[in-house]
Structures are given as C-alpha cells and as structure tokens.
Design a protein around this ligand. Structure first.
Ligand code: SF4
Length: 453
C-alpha cells in the first residue's frame, strides 16, 4: 500500500487536523511512515503565524523535488494555513507540488490523493502540471475533525471544538487562514469525549483559536452561563474523564461564569493560559486586543482570588510596530508583577494582509531579538523560582508514559500542567498518582510517591 508521511508545523490545532487526515488515509488502506525517504505521499501541514514557519515548509518542500526525480510516482501536498493563504501560488512556484488543500478541506485530502494516483494510472502523466488546489470555504467543516488515532496506553487527547476567529487582532493572520468562527454542537463534542473515555483517555484538552468564546454567536447564554461554560459542564459529566484543559483562550472570554467554573468543576484543572501580548496600553490598542493592562491585571487578581493555587501562563509579542523602549519596559514590568508560571515570547513577524504589516514604526530585527532575549531571561528566572517553590509539596499527577529524555523513567503532568519525572512501574501509566516533589532542576521537577498521612 502507498505510504504517507505527514509533517506538521505550528499549533495543536494543526496536530489535530493532521491526526484526522492520517486516520482518513489509513481508512482507505494507506500506511503511515515516519520519514519522507520511504514515503509515496508527502503532506506538509503548514503554519502561517510567523514568516519563519512558512519559509521552513517551503524550504522543505523545495528540497524534496529531488525525491520526485528518483521516484516519479510520489505525491506532494501542502495542507493547512499556508495552503489557504497562498493557494495556487504554491503550485506555480514549486512545480512538483500536486495538492494544495486549505483549512476547511482536510476531510477531502484522502479523496484528492486517490484522485492524483488515479489520474496517473490512467496515463494522464501527459498532463504533468495536473494538480488540485482547494481552498474554498465549506459550511460544517468544523464537524469533520472528530476522529482519533490513539497510541497504546495514550491517556490524553485533544478535542477540536471550534474553528476560526472573528477577533481580528491586527498582527494575526489566523482570521484569514482559518476563517470566521464556527463551532461544533455540544452533543457532538460530548459524544467524541465519551468515545475517548471508553478508549482509556483520562484527560481532554478542548481546542479552538479563541476557545473560551466558543459558540458565542451560535448558542444562547443559559442561566447566566456562556456556551463555553455549558460545554465544560457537559464534558465534566463524562464518566472516565478526570481532567479538562482548554487552549487557546482570549482574556475577554474569562467572564465571571468561567472564573466561577474553576471553583465548582473539580475536573477543570488549575491552569489558565492568558495571552497578554503586550503590557503597554497604546500597543494593546494598536493590536486591537480590546483590554488594557489594568483590566488584564484585574482579571489575574480575580482568577487568583477564585483559585489561589492556579498556574497562569501567557504569550507576549516583542517588537510590534511602534513599540518604544518604554512600551517594552511596560511589558517587562507586567511580566514581573504577575510572575507567570511560563510564557511564550514571540518576535513580531510581519504577515501579509494584516493591518499591522503596513503600520509605521516597524521595529528592526536586532531590537526585536534583544527584547526577546531579555524577556526570556525574566520569564525563565521566574519559572525556575516557581518550580523551586514546589519542592516539598504533594501534587496529583496523571502519568502519561515514559519520560522523553530517559525512557527508564516515567513522566506525568500536574494539574497545573508541569511535567514531573519519576521512577515507577509501567502499570502506573494512565493513573492519577500523588507525588511529592523531591527536587527541581531548572525547568524539570522530580517526584517520588507521596506517603499518605
Ligand atoms: S484572538 Fe487569537 S487567533 Fe484571533 S485574531 Fe487574535 S491572536 Fe489571532
């Protein structure tokens, strides 16, 4: 059977989409392989959030034209966000590309791969430029990312609950690559989660570009609860599921009903991701982020008042157009004030068709890099301090499997989403265990079974 290699760039949503594509191909008899070297079909599921991610995928595809010379039957395709934003241009620029499939058409990939092979079998190699480009919108496509390939013993899974985003942050290409907000029904999501629980999954992470604004235009608020909180309650009822996470949210989606949910839904873990982006009011305004630093700090205070032990992580962008030293300093100060458990720092990347790309005051790369390194230093120092503070505490962990750095040891995650490494038996995989945190080295926590009091 033809073998397929899928390489995924970017976020968890892309990982989920690739998983669905793999499953649909396997259902038709294709086999998956770990490398392009023995593949008959190579699919790159792309990311457009930063220019570097696009260049990596284009570079990789370019290098693979050599494989086509040796194995002319091979099929090459781009999927996902860059496929959506660049479309037919990719076929024009890279002559060996057969498929370009956008973000609302993942469920058609297997059909299209079959079609390319069929055309070739019929001898249409006389049409060497035959290719398929499909970047159309399709209503209901958000319902098609719903099946899972689980590894033996896998106890965590991602569940895609919505697609797209209407927020139009001025730096972000996602609204144009993923389209307008479209949410799945609560019933369908719960059914998917039930199926996962029956297959041994204990922890689900609900996924969406603005996950906590799920279905805000589609389903009504009931009893003061947003559609997202209604969904959390419904998933909370699923037997076998022990933990619920969600990513990636928007700060404005943390209304009182969601904050309250952290106090009354025990399966909702003590971790929130609160993308800050900038600590400067004028920059937030230019980003169209619809909150101020003061409102953000107030939100952090309210969340911590509701769940004092909650971990908070964030994203920040340095070098947004017009960012002065004083603006950057405001971000740095806010990071120090909140003391995030972890933060992802990004250098601003000019994206085509986004309002920020044409703003005056573009910041030079050297300044972006200097701010990036400086802020990373702040973030890492605080993350280390926070880890050190955990030594001696007892944490519930969900054991996920062997440690990635030492297969003789096991790893699990705390409810606050920190990785703990420990010695244990394979029988522990999939179980919730109480661990005493014995030591912390840099970013790693090491645990030993807690002795019950
Ligand atoms: S909310 Fe997130 S996905 Fe939506 S436009 Fe802003 S950064 Fe992009």
């Amino acid at each position: 059977m033809p073998r397929v290699f899928i390489k995924t760039y970017g976020c968890q949503m892309n990982e989920r989409d690739s998983e669905q594509v793999a499953l649909m191909l396997m259902a038709r008899g294709y086999e998956m392989t770990e490398t392009e070297r023995d593949a008959d079909v190579v699919l790159l599921n792309t990311c457009s959030v930063r220019d570097m991610a696009e260049q990596k995928a284009i570079g990789k595809m370019g290098m693979m034209s050599k494989l086509r010379e040796r194995r002319p039957h091979m099929v090459f395709g781009f999927l996902g966000c860059m496929a959506q934003s660049r479309g037919a241009e990719l076929v024009r620029d890279l002559g060996h590309v057969d498929l370009v499939v956008g973000t609302q058409k993942f469920h058609r990939v297997a059909d299209y791969v079959d079609e390319v092979f069929a055309r070739r079998a019929q001898g249409s190699m006389d049409d060497p430029r035959f290719s398929i480009v499909d970047t159309e919108e399709e209503s209901g496509s958000q319902e098609t990312i719903r099946d899972h390939v689980l590894d033996p013993g896998q106890v965590t899974a991602f569940v895609s609950i919505m697609q797209g985003c209407n927020m139009h942050c001025t730096f972000c290409i996602v609204p144009s690559t993923r389209g307008a907000e479209r949410s799945r029904g609560i019933g369908e999501i719960v059914q998917e989660v039930r199926g996962l629980a029956e297959r041994g999954v204990r922890e689900v992470t609900l996924l969406g570009q603005i996950v906590n604004l799920y279905a805000r235009h589609e389903f009504p608020v009931r009893d003061g609860k947003s559609p997202f909180v209604q969904l959390l309650e419904a998933v909370h009822e699923v037997e076998g599921i022990e933990r619920i996470r969600f990513t990636s949210p928007h700060p404005i989606g943390y209304k009182e009903d969601l904050i309250l949910a952290f106090t009354r839904l025990p399966k909702l873990v003590e971790h929130v991701h609160l993308p800050l982006q900038s600590g400067s009011a004028p920059i937030l305004k230019a980003m169209h982020r619809t909150y101020t630093p003061d409102k953000y700090l107030d939100l952090v205070a309210r969340i911590r008042a509701a769940r004092p032990d909650i971990a908070i992580t964030t994203d920040a962008i340095v070098g947004f157009p017009g960012e002065t030293d004083a603006d950057y300093e405001a971000t740095r100060e806010l990071m120090r004030e909140v003391r995030f458990d972890n933060a992802f720092i990004f250098r601003y990347s000019q994206r085509r068709d986004t309002p920020a790309a044409s703003l005056p005051g573009q910041v030079d790369e050297a300044t972006k890099e200097a701010r990036n390194q400086d802020l990373l230093g702040v973030v890492n120092e605080i993350a280390r301090e926070r880890n050190a503070e955990m030594v001696g505490t007892t944490q519930e962990i969900l054991c996920e499997g062997p440690s990635k750095t030492n297969a003789d040891r096991l790893m699990g995650r705390t409810r606050t989403n920190k990785i703990v490494i420990f010695d244990g038996e394979p029988g522990s995989i999939g179980r919730l265990l109480d661990m005493r945190i014995a030591r912390a080295t840099g970013f790693s926590l090491y645990g030993e079974p807690a002795i019950p009091e």
